[in-house]
Design a binder for this molecule. Structure first.
Ligand code: AHR
Length: 513
């Protein structure tokens, strides 16, 4: 209704006709910061995410590495400005016993990775390796604790091993013996993963009690350690899960509630990552854009118990999920990444930006070689996916002040179904630059967008675009730079109006000064 009134006002004033797309920036209403953690990632002991993707071993002479971690990947992740990295799972987290992964490697026991192909996990990449890697990349750690098959003692020991000053606990002596004197910074702690499923198949009420038990022993009554504790959240639209967490866990015992939502066409028939039809593309986008409704409704439930928005929603798993690449292990979840994934990334990041009053963290699943990865590797080769480029283009929003906006959009029509074609978000950074990110999901139509900049006196506009000839296009090891951002010249600035011509299935980030 509000959008309609704005549209009507501009129509009457002769500024637009209804066949146009219209975006109204409202800088005067800016108040919320876009948490940089919205641009977070997720790494799991799954397929080739850790082994081969991030870590190739200290003795690897073929692939250049620093303490076993690939240097090409470190450099790419530094450029991406990864603010937080979740580890060691996912489902794997609730089977993981951290003590198996510390100390001399030759003495570390092996285990079976039961969720992901029953492969042998030799624990050569453990706590020290992960936290040192985070420091190298310049990212904060989000450790996902084992609540499903662990103990409160095990989790509290992990907290002390990683974060306590030297000699303040027997755990720190162990850390010192393992070669690390000073504590690491662990920004975030997850208490279990998908407690409603692979994390223990618990009811919401049962998990809320288990959560309180673990949270109690992780720190003291007043959380003097200032741990940021994240409760395992709902799957998709299970609003009751959020309701029970908010009702049953005292607010002082947690900082964020998780939420997982994947863009999946059909769990029994997920479709090819690259060989998809427009119908499949449309359905993927329907599933993906459902995120808008999910964060709105979960936030509304949280508002009932926390009107001051002191607790966050952490969308700690999201992204596209398709069939694995032909000929690869079906448990390794290795998939290619096309312009469809760029659309998922651009739209979801816009949604998170616009809901930054409640959404303070999001973790794309997963960082390398699994699901909607930003990086793919093949032995010594590494490529950056279209999703990488979107995340890199959007990193200008990290820590910036969100500028509320309204969008009146043409519809992307397929058969008798419709989706909003234009998705947008905007922010102002600490240097006073305004950034506007725009996505046109329409598979065939260029969209002309008129942007009311609401009296802002901009003198210049520049930007970058990510586009390709076909929706199914991707970067391959043979052609790694088929899709890369290029300079965008289709924006023009008049007095208080900006006009932009956005090609089909493309992502644009503009900078206005
Ligand atoms: O990302 C793959 C899996 O999806 C994760 O391990 C789990 O949490 C989710 O179901």
């Amino acid at each position: 209704m509000k959008k309609l009134l704005i549209a009507l006002a501009f129509f009457i004033s002769g500024k637009i006709t209804f066949s146009q797309n219209y975006v109204v920036l409202q800088p005067a209403k800016s108040k919320d910061t876009i948490s940089k953690y919205i641009y977070g990632h997720f790494s799991e002991h799954l397929g080739r995410c850790i082994y081969g993707g991030l870590y190739v071993g200290e003795n690897n002479k073929k692939i250049p590495n620093k303490d076993g971690v690939r240097i090409d990947v470190i450099n790419a992740l530094k450029k991406l400005k990864v603010p937080v990295l979740r580890w060691p799972g996912g489902c794997f987290a609730d089977t993981y016993h951290w003590r198996d992964g510390v100390g001399p490697k030759a003495k570390r026991p092996s285990m079976l990775n039961v969720w992901w192909g029953n492969v042998k996990e030799d624990n050569s990449f453990g706590t020290n390796e992960f936290l040192n890697m985070c420091e190298e990349i310049g990212t904060e750690a989000y450790l996902s604790g084992n609540v499903g098959s662990g103990t409160p003692q095990e989790l509290t020991d992990w907290v002390k091993y990683t974060t306590y000053p030297n000699s303040s606990s027997p755990m720190t002596d162990e850390r010192k013996a393992n070669g690390r004197k000073t504590p690491w910074k662990v920004g975030f702690w997850g208490l279990g993963n998908e407690a409603w499923g692979c994390g223990g198949n618990m009811t919401a009420e049962w998990y809320a009690n288990v959560y309180k038990q673990y949270a109690t022993f992780m720190t003291d009554w007043s959380n003097t350690d200032k741990l940021y504790r994240i409760a395992s959240g709902a799957s998709g639209d299970d609003y009751n899960w959020t309701e029970v967490m908010m009702k049953n866990i005292p607010l002082k015992m947690f900082d964020a509630l998780g939420l997982h939502h994947y863009s999946v066409i059909d769990w029994d028939k997920k479709g090819s990552a690259t060989g998809f039809s427009e119908k499949e593309y449309f359905t993927t986008m329907q599933r993906s854009l459902f995120m808008e409704e999910l964060v709105t409704k979960h936030s509304a439930v949280m508002d009932k118990y926390d009107p001051g928005k002191t607790k966050s929603l952490a969308v700690d798993e999201w992204g596209g999920w398709y069939e694995v690449e032909p000929g690869t292990n079906s448990a390794f979840l290795f998939q290619q990444n096309t312009m469809r994934d760029a659309m998922i990334a651009g739209c979801n990041l816009n949604i998170f930006n616009n809901h930054c009053d409640r959404v303070k963290m999001a973790n794309l699943a997963q960082i390398v070689n699994v699901l909607q990865a930003v990086i793919l590797t093949d032995e010594e080769k590494m490529i950056l996916t279209p999703t990488y480029h979107v995340m890199e283009m959007y990193n200008v929003h990290q820590g910036a002040t969100m500028i509320p906006l309204s969008v009146i959009s043409n519809q992307y029509e397929f058969g008798n179904q419709k989706l909003q074609a234009i998705w947008a978000s905007a922010s102002k950074d600490s240097l006073g630059r305004t950034h506007l990110s725009l996505v046109n999901i329409d598979a065939s139509k260029t969209q002309d967008v008129t942007i009311d900049i609401n009296g802002s006196a901009f003198k210049t506009v520049k930007g970058r675009i990510l586009k390709s000839d076909k929706l199914q296009d991707y970067n391959s090891f043979q052609n790694p730079n088929k899709i890369v951002p290029t300079a965008f010249t289709g924006a023009s600035l008049a007095k208080d109006q900006l006009t932009v011509k956005i090609p089909p299935f493309s992502v644009i980030v503009l900078e206005l000064e």
